[in-house]
Design a protein around this ligand. Structure first.
Ligand SMILES: Cc1cc2nc3c(=O)[nH]c(=O)nc-3n(C[C@H](O)[C@H](O)[C@H](O)COP(=O)(O)OP(=O)(O)OC[C@H]3O[C@@H](n4cnc5c(N)ncnc54)[C@H](O)[C@@H]3O)c2cc1C
Length: 416
């Protein structure tokens, strides 16, 4: 067995090209957007800067790193993608500029796998071209989002149409999306609770789809919407995947999408650690630099070790996703679950320590840390809450023990 963490020269060149592009194009654009507060002061100029960066990414061939060449993408595997996503997420807008941002990125995988040829032409193609945006509408205020078998939004058949009624919230990107992948209950009495839901493609705007508000969150009001759905009619051709397959589709979508979050979170954590070290080398108190104090070295050491663990976990989970594409018997769910839990918590801890080392400056918005901290908090419960992942991880360990007399299978199934 070969264990080799180096990239081929061609892929290393791609990684460096992404890094250079982020430094030379995205960082200056982002600095301009932030310093002139273009988002709120001059919307046209804001869009011009954003779309200009996208056009340059496309021209440079740094477009859709997660998609195959057939869809205009870079055709990278998940291990290679981890490197590119991590490079792009060193900046806030990087993933968006490369058109590999959530939730579009997960929706593209979903459409590619589950869509009919017509659905791919109508929805996937424009998403890949960057001319449409999407959202994924599953969570509801009335029931626990952690348990999709409780979904109440329902759809019933009327001739060639489905009629949908329900209530969704925290639907990222819904405010600007051209369509949604919506999960609704279609089965009253499924064989198993996981077979109650079905996915539909909903054009936005549509009669019966109402955006109630963009929910104000601890990181502002940035496009997580509450949606009312009243007698919304969709043609049966807009069903995505089979009837009762909504849960399966959600699970398929969430595996790689969760790992893509981890790849971006690693970049954020590394930025926070870089800043922690830099600050500690430049701040003097009680007779020495902060970097010379053991208390600060422990913060740096713990963060360094945890970031290293996170990188290894993400690379291994990505490797298993790639392997599952060649051999469907390879199961990556346990590795993705452990990586998602670990990286989300590591991210919160490392940013928190970096803020600590920066003192009042870290608490201010003069550095990106405060903003990063606000965003990092949701990582511990969105796309699977910590406790739900822990429940599944424990179930896998117990199951492995019962099946084989060893927990080995549940700890990455590695040859060690
Ligand atoms: C910024 C942001 C963006 C989001 N974007 C989207 C989106 O685009 N589309 C979408 O559909 N949803 C989205 N969500 C919703 C997200 O997926 C849900 O918040 C998540 O699934 C958890 O559901 P919930 O909030 O209803 O919490 P609940 O399910 O009510 O869980 C609350 C808490 O209960 C505990 N808990 C739950 N189950 C268990 C268990 N089995 N054992 C022990 N403890 C448990 C956990 O501590 C959990 O954090 C987003 C949320 C945020 C914050």
């Amino acid at each position: 067995m070969a264990i080799d963490f180096t990239l081929t020269p061609e892929l290393e060149a791609v990684r460096l090209q992404v890094r250079e592009f982020i430094d030379d194009v995205v960082r200056p654009g982002e600095t301009r957007i932030n310093s002139e507060r273009l988002d709120s002061t001059d919307r046209n100029e804001y869009l011009k800067v954003l779309l200009g960066m996208r056009a340059q990414a496309r021209e440079a061939g740094l477009w859709l790193p997660h998609m195959s060449a057939e869809w205009g993408g870079m055709g990278l595997g998940h291990v290679e993608l981890a490197m590119v996503q991590a490079e792009s997420a060193r900046t806030y807008y990087g993933p968006w500029v490369l058109n590999c941002q959530a939730p579009d990125e997960g929706n593209m995988h979903t459409l590619e796998h589950w869509g009919t040829d017509q659905q791919k032409e109508d929805y996937l193609r424009p998403l890949c071209e960057g001319s449409k945006w999407s959202c994924f509408a599953m969570t509801e205020p009335e029931v626990a989002g952690s348990d999709p078998t409780l979904i109440r939004t329902n759809a019933y058949k009327d001739g060639e149409e489905w009629v949908i009624n329900g209530h969704k919230w925290f639907i990222s990107n819904a405010h600007r999306a051209n369509f949604a992948i919506l999960i609704a209950r279609t089965e009253d009495d499924p064989d198993i609770p996981q077979a109650a839901n079905t996915a539909f493609l909903i054009d936005i705007p549509s009669d019966g789809w109402t955006e109630v508000r963009q929910i104000e969150t601890m990181h502002g009001s940035t496009g997580h919407s509450e949606i009312r759905i009243e007698d919304l009619r969709v043609h049966e051709s807009k069903m995505l995947g089979g009837q009762g397959q909504g849960h399966l589709l959600g699970q398929y979508r969430l595996g790689p999408a969760r790992l893509a979050h981890c790849m971006r979170w690693i970049a954020q954590a590394e930025t926070a650690l870089d800043m922690m070290v830099d600050r500690s080398l430049n701040r003097y108190a009680h007779g020495s630099l902060l970097a010379e104090k053991q208390g600060i070295q422990w913060l740096i050491a713990d963060s360094t070790m945890e970031l290293y663990q996170a990188k290894l976990m993400v690379l291994h989970a990505a490797y298993k996703i790639d392997a599952s594409r060649k051999d469907s018997a390879v199961d990556f769910k346990g590795e993705v679950s452990m990586a998602k839990h670990f990286v989300a918590n590591m991210l919160n801890r490392v940013i928190d320590r970096s803020i600590q080392v920066h003192g009042a400056l870290g608490y201010s918005t003069d550095t990106p840390l405060a903003h990063m901290y606000q965003h990092a908090r949701w990582a511990r419960f969105a796309d699977g809450a910590d406790e739900v992942h822990q429940m599944r991880i424990a179930q896998r360990a117990i199951g492995a023990w019962k099946d084989t007399g060893s927990t080995h299978r549940a700890t990455g199934d590695l040859p060690i």
